[in-house]
Design a protein around this ligand. Structure first.
Ligand code: ZN
Length: 270
């Protein structure tokens, strides 16, 4: 077991995690953009969406390039959205947090893969209001492969996961079907339900419920902020909120810090 509380080792893995997170943040941001804009994912090099200027390797260094170029394309001087900088810094921070929470374990690797999936689908959902289905296979695949290596044994973890998935995915599906009847319109996207199912697998029932509450709070906050900054609405349904990013964030935070919170809550009833 690698001891991250040793200063040298801790700093080393912190720096490696931050760099890895920033690089993946940059890559996945571009990946999400291409999914959302229906561009081929494998073909063609990264380019400026305005003038088509093909980015040179030194223009692709996460965080650093954006700051050096003052947030502008080197060729046409069009402003590059701070989305890139924010996304890279955000994922770098989340990587470090995950590494220090999980330690250098298979669980950590699994959670980082899950984090990358959630990060990508959140960006896609924000732009085109769709959570791509293949993402769930990646998450569930990582979950299954890691099962034998997770503390507590594979069966208790799988059992908790299945209960969590049934509770979150099934429960929310049921509520949304009832709401659909009452409000006579789709209240929650099918993509959100599938995402909740996958999150339920990772978190199990108790952390999952905590995650759901957190996701709702974040969703309401996002909606207020979105309205305040004049976010463009979904043309088909102006009242529609992309809930994917809120679910992703709430669930992932609870995956990391949920255990002590659940224990604290349960101790109230002892
Ligand atoms: Zn340009």
């Amino acid at each position: 077991m690698i001891d991250l509380s040793e200063p040298v080792i801790g700093i080393y893995f912190g720096v490696v995690g931050a760099i890895l997170g920033a690089v993946l943040g940059s890559f996945l941001n571009c990946f999400a953009w291409r999914i959302a804009h229906d561009e081929k994912i494998t073909k063609g090099r990264s380019h400026c969406p305005h003038c088509g200027h093909v980015l040179q390797p030194w223009e692709l260094i996460p965080v650093v390039s954006w700051i050096i170029q003052g947030g502008k394309c080197r060729s046409c001087k069009t402003k590059i959205s701070p989305r890139y900088l924010i996304a890279e810094l955000f994922l770098a921070g989340m990587f470090v947090w995950t590494i220090f929470t999980d330690g250098i374990t298979i669980r950590c690797l699994r959670d980082l893969i899950f984090l990358c999936v959630l990060f990508t689908i959140s960006l896609v959902d924000l732009e085109i209001y769709i959570i791509p289905n293949p993402s769930h296979f990646v998450s569930l695949g990582a979950f299954a492969l890691a099962l034998p290596f997770i503390d507590g044994g594979w069966w208790p973890n799988l059992r908790d996961g299945l209960i969590g998935a049934a509770l979150l995915g099934g429960g929310v599906l049921l509520i949304s079907l009832v709401m659909n009847k009452i409000m006579k319109k789709a209240t929650l996207g099918g993509g959100d339900v599938k995402l909740l199912f996958v999150c339920g697998m990772y978190l199990g029932p108790m952390k999952g419920l905590f995650g759901l509450v957190t996701a709702c709070i974040i969703g309401i906050a996002f909606n207020y902020i979105g309205n305040a900054v004049g976010r463009k609405k979904n043309e088909e349904d102006p009242a529609y909120i992309p809930f994917g990013p809120a679910i992703s964030m709430g669930m992932y935070v609870m995956l990391l810090i949920g255990e002590p919170l659940v224990n604290m809550y349960m101790s109230l009833y002892k």
